[in-house]
Design a protein around this ligand. Structure first.
Ligand code: PBG
Length: 330
């Protein structure tokens, strides 16, 4: 037995050496915080399946946004929970709907200090809980839904959105939204497209957060992707680029590291990944039981998502990680 050909361990000996040769790092500027705002609240309400995350009132949302700016977080994705839901999700495009009012307030208070990205979908606003308009056959009608998405996009842009983030996985949604924004005089508003979005069981806690139950015990497998497929995800990503997306997103993150890596290798524009509610809940629950060390698992998973190739990461841990990085314990 000879000696090892190459001593890999030399560069792992001290923290300073390891830091010097680290290939990826977490930076607060890469993190986006998802936030929930609920119509009619006068104080924030905790979300049991997302411990530490709340449904905000408009006032507490503004306070949280100011705190995120102070922490150096560049952007938020906003989800609205309306007081009333209906079949077409009217609240999503109502100029006095909860997200539109919140966008205006944040823009007035914060100027351009925070990138404002409303999620663009109907599920939070429809009484049946689907991401689009349900036709007589009980299926989500793709093209009728595109007309609604166009209206929502224009309302969000008028209220002050920097980017809109369509998450409904309808065919042609990016093109429909791009042309609606341009026609309404908002050529400067961009699109962060949920391009490869799987029909995942990891969105469960999110649906609690926005009070969504899909009618008749239904699911989203008729529009979101089958987790078995990778090539199909690349086709979705390419289509969104062709249709005019400014940033493409893959979701969930930890179950899609292969897709994130392929997207980064193939595309030039920024690639985002969403560490979704179930990913957060798994870590939070295990840490609560003392089965995992919260801080190190958070940093390891986010690090892996960055290593796979994500430029931007949406995570409910954003503020916590920003604090960790600030105090140098990252
Ligand atoms: C749809 C939407 C969902 C999420 C983001 N946008 C839920 C779904 O597709 O059912 C999930 C986010 C998460 O789980 O954190 N508006």
């Amino acid at each position: 037995m000879g000696f090892p050909a190459r001593r890999m361990r030399r560069l792992r000996r001290t923290p300073a050496l390891r830091r010097m040769v680290a290939e990826t790092r977490l930076d607060v500027a890469d993190l986006v915080a998802p936030l929930f705002v609920r119509e009619g609240l006068d104080h924030p309400v905790p979300i049991p399946s997302l411990p530490g995350v709340v449904q905000h009132s408009r006032a507490s949302l503004l306070a949280e946004a100011r705190r995120l700016v102070a922490l150096g977080i560049p952007a938020v994705v906003l989800f609205g929970v309306p007081a009333r839901k209906d079949p077409i999700g009217s609240g999503a495009s109502d100029p006095s709907g909860v997200v539109q009012l919140a966008l205006q307030e944040l823009r007035d208070a914060l100027g351009d200090d925070l990138v404002l990205i409303p999620d663009l979908c109907l599920d939070e606003y429809t009484d049946h809980g689907h991401c689009g308009i349900v036709g007589r056959d009980g299926l989500v009608d793709n093209d009728a839904t595109l007309e609604r998405y166009a209206e929502v996009a224009v309302a969000q842009a008028a209220a002050g959105a920097d980017l809109v983030a369509p998450s409904g996985m309808m065919d042609g949604q990016v093109a429909a939204i791009r042309s609606a924004l341009d026609a309404a005089g908002h050529p400067g508003v961009g699109i962060l497209a949920y391009a490869a979005k799987y029909a995942s069981s990891l969105y469960g806690p999110f649906r609690d957060a926005v009070d969504v139950r899909i009618a008749g015990g239904g699911d989203r497998r008729g529009y979101q992707q089958d987790p078995a497929n990778r090539r199909e995800a690349l086709a979705e990503l390419r289509l969104d680029v062709e249709e005019g997306a400014d940033i493409v997103m893959v979701k969930p993150a930890l179950t899609s590291l292969d897709v994130i890596a392929a997207a980064r290798a193939e595309l030039e524009l920024p690639v985002a990944a969403y560490q979704v509610s179930g990913e957060y809940a798994m870590i939070a629950a295990a840490a609560e039981r003392g089965w995992l060390e919260r801080r190190s698992v958070v940093l390891e998973t986010l690090g892996a998502i960055r290593r796979a190739g994500a430029d931007i990461v949406l995570t409910y841990f954003a503020a916590e990680v920003a604090e960790l990085l600030q105090h140098g314990s990252g």
